[in-house]
Design a protein around this ligand. Structure first.
Ligand code: KG4
Ligand code: ZN
Length: 382
């Protein structure tokens, strides 16, 4: 099979991204335009602004990805685009542009599930390192701002099939990081700031009760297939409320306001800026929150890995960039003899290389999208 260069396009949330990947195994170019600066004043992603920014960025981002790769519109073999899940308006920008390009260039177009993209980011990382041997069955934790999902993956022809065996009942883990950071005056998005700040606090100072899931999930009704399988669901709205309660009972509001005001004047605050406006009690609270999140994610994922007797563990998505989470997974999974694999940090958060990589098995299977397909905001992975 000759090399195939696939141009991937990703616009599901607040990153406009394009990349060229060779045969699902080598990143030839990878361009990510982040909209963080646009959404920062609002403390979260504003869907209408996201669509507008994608419209502005998509053409230059794709051009740059081609130029960086030494490719042209004519020389690429296929296009791939994220179909969902994500923000409908944001997805439509990438899809409409990819369709127009594919039509004009008479090239095949491949529709990719964003979550499969995150999973393939790990595979791409391993292939780049020369590791072509992945043992199945495989458990993948996709942990990001929008998702906390556990998938059992098996090989199916050239591609993979997936079964969801756990998801969050309320907030995604990244959402909890972002909401707690916002609540404590650490800006947006908060995950990367908490990662750095937590290293300066005592992670055992504040005890948070483990999350409890008492009721069956109504969304699971009607899922007949393998309904006897145990589920490994997550819940993170409780810990967010517990942090809020701690702030109230320990009268931290004034120091939070001081931090917000002090840092609002700095365009890109660095770790030293955050530390300069944080007392030890706050640092301990942040570190303890992170400890509780890591403990919950790792213990549930490893419980699922044991119950399903999987051979490999993938941890991917924005929160997989978290230092403490990586260390804890590496230590605990290794103790159980389970290889735990992560993407590099740039491949953990949203990017288009993972979309081009996930498209490769579909390219081989000639599983091309017709021009009628549209964005699927709540797209499931199967
Ligand atoms: O995968 P991603 O870029 O976008 C989604 O598909 O959601 O993930 C973004 C999420 C945000 O919630 C962000 O705060 C979180 O990932 N995140 C982190 C870290 N880096 C990004 N959370 C904890 N520690 C990090 N180092
Ligand atoms: Zn994502």
């Amino acid at each position: 099979m000759p090399d195939a260069h696939i141009l991937g396009i990703e616009s599901s949330c607040d990153e406009t991204a394009a990349a060229v990947v060779r045969s699902g195994e080598e990143i030839v170019s990878n361009v990510v335009f982040s909209q963080i600066a646009t959404h920062q004043p609002y403390g979260g992603v504003v869907p209408e602004l996201a669509s507008r920014e994608h419209l502005r960025a998509i053409v230059p981002v794709v051009r740059k990805a081609l130029a960086d790769a030494g490719q042209t519109y004519e020389s690429i073999d296929a296009l791939a685009v994220t179909q969902g899940p994500g923000l409908a308006g944001a997805l439509l920008v990438g899809i409409s542009y990819a369709k127009a390009l594919a039509f004009a260039l008479e090239k095949p177009l491949i529709a990719v599930n964003h979550l499969e993209g995150h999973i393939h980011a790990v595979l791409l990382e391993e292939r780049q390192k020369g590791n072509h041997e992945i043992s199945f069955p495989l458990l993948a934790l996709v942990v990001s701002g929008g998702h906390t999902h556990l998938y059992l993956a098996e090989q199916k022809g050239a591609g993979w099939s997936y079964e969801n065996i756990g998801h969050t009942r309320d907030d995604a883990a990244g959402e909890a990081f972002d909401k707690v950071a916002k609540l404590l005056g650490f800006g947006y998005p908060g995950g990367p700031v908490i990662d750095q700040v937590a290293a300066h606090g005592n992670g055992t100072a504040v005890k948070f009760p483990p999350s409890q899931i008492k009721h069956a999930d109504r969304r699971d009704r009607g899922q007949k297939e393998n309904s006897d399988r145990p589920r490994f669901d997550f819940s993170y709205s409780g810990i967010k409320t517990a942090v809020l309660r701690y702030v109230e009972t320990h009268h931290l509001q004034a120091s939070i306001e001081t931090r917000r005001n002090a840092v609002s004047a700095i365009a890109k605050p660095k770790i030293e800026d955050w530390l300069a406006v944080s007392d030890q009690e706050t640092l301990d609270l942040v570190a303890s929150f992170q400890t509780a999140m890591v403990e919950d994610l790792v213990s549930k994922t490893l419980a699922a890995a044991r119950a399903l007797d999987v051979a490999t563990l993938f941890v991917t998505g924005g929160v997989a960039a978290n230092t403490a989470l990586r260390q804890r997974f590496e230590r605990d999974a290794t103790m159980e003899g389970l290889p735990a694999l992560f993407p590099s940090r740039p491949l953990s958060t949203d990017n288009a290389a993972m979309i081009a990589a996930a498209a490769y098995p579909k390219f081989l299977a000639r599983d091309f999208a017709d021009m009628e397909f549209s964005a699927e905001a709540g797209m499931a992975l199967r």
